[in-house]
Design a protein around this ligand. Structure first.
Ligand SMILES: [Zn+2]
Length: 317
């Protein structure tokens, strides 16, 4: 079981890109992050898809910011303080407006450990109502991973929990100055801390890991809740989706269909395997195989998803 939990937890570590510098190093030579303006005033740095065997380096997911007339909102901060400082530096190249909000789309370590860079900026930290507790629960484990993969000592793995919480039943609106963002919290799906950010101005939805593009989706919460969240998000028409991993897309329907098709196949195949009494290894070898050519890192991540979901579904009616 321990092995299963470990495998599942490193599932989000299956990609890496540029090298990570300590903050000390960065203050001497500020790392440059590639940023793309995907819609007016919305900038994204896209993490790369690499396997965990190449080593987790803290730069694997999509992070970025939205600029309004009066202030800036950061959305996810990367997997280390140095990523956070690099992101802050990219913001300062583009605007002198203050960073008023830092929004964490969920608890996974690749999205939250850059928060510290924005503390001195006086930003408000926004997260799901479960985020503080979820950060605490994972803190020791994440410190271990940060040490192992990023060589960050325990005392420098600093979490900054949210101080403005979003309830599942009550979306929050924030104003960046002539730019309203709607933040919506979800019941357990990818994790138990998922939120999305809608920019009304450009009809953009920043989904966090409620959407994966190209890379095999990760289920670290509840498969049924994940499918429900996709059903609810896909009912609203958006011009642009910014996933947690993978390329932002102007074709929302295709992106929703892809992830939904995989998750439904996974769920239905696991249900059938349980009904047939297939053991876990047989299940891993066979479930959702027809999806394998559609996603990067499929075999390893699909196996982790099955490890996660199969034992839970065994208890369902
Ligand atoms: Zn995640």
């Amino acid at each position: 079981m321990k092995k299963i939990i470990f495998l599942w937890t490193i599932c989000i570590l299956s990609m890496t890109s540029t090298s990570v510098f300590s903050h000390e190093t960065l203050s001497m030579k500020q790392e440059t992050l590639s940023m793309k303006e995907v819609a007016t005033g919305i900038f994204v740095h896209q993490g790369k898809h690499l396997d965990v065997d190449d080593g987790y380096q803290g730069d694997i997911c999509n992070i970025g910011f939205i600029i309004g007339q009066k202030s800036v909102a950061v959305i996810d901060t990367g997997g280390s303080a140095s990523m956070g400082y690099a992101l802050l530096s990219e913001i300062k190249k583009r605007t002198s407006l203050p960073v008023k909000y830092v929004i964490n789309t969920h608890v996974h370590l690749d999205h939250i450990y850059g928060n510290i860079a924005f503390k001195e900026e006086g930003a408000k930290f926004i997260g799901h109502e479960n985020l503080t507790k979820a950060m605490k629960l994972r803190e020791e484990f994440y410190k271990g991973l940060n040490l192992k993969y990023l060589n960050i000592p325990y005392e420098k793995s600093i979490q900054i929990p949210p101080n403005l919480l979003v309830k599942v039943t009550q979306p929050l609106e924030i104003d960046l100055g002539d730019r309203l963002l709607k933040i919506t919290a979800y019941p357990t799906a990818h994790t138990d801390t998922d939120i999305t950010i809608e920019d009304y101005k450009t009809s953009t939805l920043w989904t966090g890991d409620l959407l994966f593009a190209e890379r095999t989706p990760v289920v670290d919460g509840d498969i049924h809740g994940f499918i429900n969240a996709i059903d609810s998000m896909s009912q609203v028409k958006f011009n642009l989706l910014i996933p947690g991993h993978g390329t932002p897309t102007l074709k929302p329907n295709i992106a929703w269909n892809n992830i939904r098709r995989y998750l439904v196949t996974l769920r239905d195949d696991i249900r059938a395997a349980i009904d047939e009494g297939l053991d876990l290894q047989m299940a891993i070898d066979n479930i959702a195989k027809e999806e394998s050519s559609n996603w990067e890192l499929f075999d390893i991540q699909n196996g982790r998803n099955i490890n996660m979901i199969y034992p839970k579904m065994e208890w369902e009616e």
